[in-house]
Design a binder for this molecule. Sequence first.
Ligand SMILES: *[C@@H]1O[C@H](CO)[C@@H](O)[C@H](O)[C@H]1NC(C)=O
Ligand SMILES: *[C@@H]1O[C@H](CO)[C@@H](O)[C@H](O)[C@H]1NC(C)=O
Ligand SMILES: *[C@@H]1O[C@H](CO)[C@@H](O)[C@H](O)[C@H]1NC(C)=O
Ligand SMILES: *[C@@H]1O[C@H](CO)[C@@H](O)[C@H](O)[C@H]1NC(C)=O
Length: 266
Amino acid sequence: MASLSFFKLALLTPLLLLVLASSTSSVAQLARLQPKIGCQTQCGDVKVDYPFGIGKRCGRSEHFQLLCKRNDRGRFKPFIRGNKLDDLEVSSISVTEGLARIKNPVSSLCYNRTNGYVTFEFAEADLTQTPFWVSNTRNMFIVIGSNVFAYISLNGTKSGYTAGCVAQKLSKESMVKSSCSGIGCCEATIPIRSKLYFMLIDGSFSNVSSFNTCGHAVLTEVDRFRFSTSYLTTPGSFEKDIVNLSVVLDWTIGNEKCELAHVMVS
Ligand SMILES: *[C@@H]1O[C@H](CO)[C@@H](O)[C@H](O)[C@H]1NC(C)=O
Ligand SMILES: *[C@@H]1O[C@H](CO)[C@@H](O)[C@H](O)[C@H]1NC(C)=O
Ligand SMILES: *[C@@H]1O[C@H](CO)[C@@H](O)[C@H](O)[C@H]1NC(C)=O
Ligand SMILES: *[C@@H]1O[C@H](CO)[C@@H](O)[C@H](O)[C@H]1NC(C)=O
């Protein structure tokens, strides 16, 4: 897992290890695209417009095919096929904006005061067989906890693109703050647009056993995220809010280089 030198680097919080010029998504020649006859254009409450499609032959190609199935709360939602990993639940897709939003995989480390066990969950996503990319301009890596170090690795472990930060110990005095300032919550910009990521809380450098019983790490749409100190003081509070947060994906059609300016509505 993370080396000590990485941890020292991470103490320069919030940290950004590498910055590359961000690439914009290209939605090529949408005017040319024609939806296919007889295809489902809605899954649950989510509209699925061409070039995306539900089921065989409905998308522009196999890569644009989405699944329509029940989520863990029993509601029908479109899913992006997760390749070898979990399928990713889509909360919206916009063809005009060239964006999609998916439910956040969350990484967590929790200490159970009753039995003393630490439970650990890491989160990952694979978009390599899809037209989607994780946007590096609209998402931030966010860590919530008191003495919690977490990091995200992008584009495969070999490529070396990593970002991380330490959410420092929350004290009674710092409790008034409700911004993500490094105390109880830290954020890091992600270095590249990517199709692959995994994130985890480093147990050997985190201490969840005292004030707070859980640490969490998410990649999320920065404009919609608001830190609340209740995330540290009220068990389950973060989990409740995270339900409505998303990771923003942008998407590209094939390898076509033609970049059509798309409207970014915020
Ligand atoms: C903590 O451990 C106790 C005893 O094993 C168990 O009953 C309880 O469900 C655990 N709590 C959580 C949140 O997992
Ligand atoms: C991401 O990984 C792929 C495959 O390993 C590589 O071809 C590509 O150059 C990497 N992207 C960046 C920005 O390094
Ligand atoms: C974790 O925090 C508790 C309470 O503040 C402290 O007693 C313990 O020594 C800490 N553990 C580590 C490994 O820092
Ligand atoms: C999440 O969004 C749904 C639908 O917009 C809303 O009913 C619910 O209250 C929201 N939950 C939280 C925790 O904000």
